[in-house]
Design a protein. Sequence first.
Length: 310
Amino acid sequence: MGAQALHERAESLRAHRVPFVHARVVLAERPTSAKPGDEALVTADGAIDGFVGGQCAESTVRSQALSLLRSGDSMLLRIAPNPEDDQPGKTVVHNPCLSGGTLEIFLEPVLPTPLVSVLGDSPIARAMRQVAGSLGYDVAAYSSDDLADADAVLVATHGKSEEATLEAAVRAGVPYVALVASPKRGAAVVGSLDLSDEEKARIHYPAGLDIGARTPAEIALSVFAQIVAERPREPRERLDPQHLPGEPPMTRTGLLTVLEPETSIDPVCGMTVEITDDALYADVDGERVWFCCPACRRAYVADPGKYPRP
């Protein structure tokens, strides 16, 4: 995939709110197949578009990228052919399968901007839209079509369409659902909903942290303080539209599902190998053995006794 196509792919993922990790080679010591500036995108299903090194380097980048999708942190990854001491600011991985060179790759998670759906046009609703915009969040007037993507649904209508909206938001798995109401009225509204007790307990009322807020702006501030305090570390799951040929872009509720592949140890080089559909293996003496590359597989098949299984 060329640079332009890779950048277009990244923009498509952003537009469809699909989380991914952008990987860029920043150092390549010979002999390596990757060069500084090479790029790749890693999505939560473990797919890699682009190029940041051969099979062994790619496997390490994939496993580290998937961990970053959970944490949201960035990482400078150093992949070295020989064991090295830890280095400040870098994650050092010993990869014996490299052909002798060292790679440093910057991994940056690209997560969807939080989407806040606001129902109502009251002064408090307008204040919440302003605060959300100041925080850099995406803000939208409430629509049931947005529930699969919404990170928060805020209801501030003082009585209009509250019940249906709250039930729909909870059932759609929106992480933060709040009702702007007094404790007494909020309890009455939530108590009347056609939800289980566990589902009702997910609705925040009165909305926001108790900071003594009085004005609409202060109430909005308290609501977003609570959203920040309680937001999940993992983004909601979004299906990648690239993997749905012939279908419109789709999303799905729930926390992001990050692939947890089964692994094995290459007995020739000691590399950790992810057991995927296209992973290399050989069946020897009734056992399946996995390899990082064809050279290791050839060496093992030629003389299995030379390489004891870990």
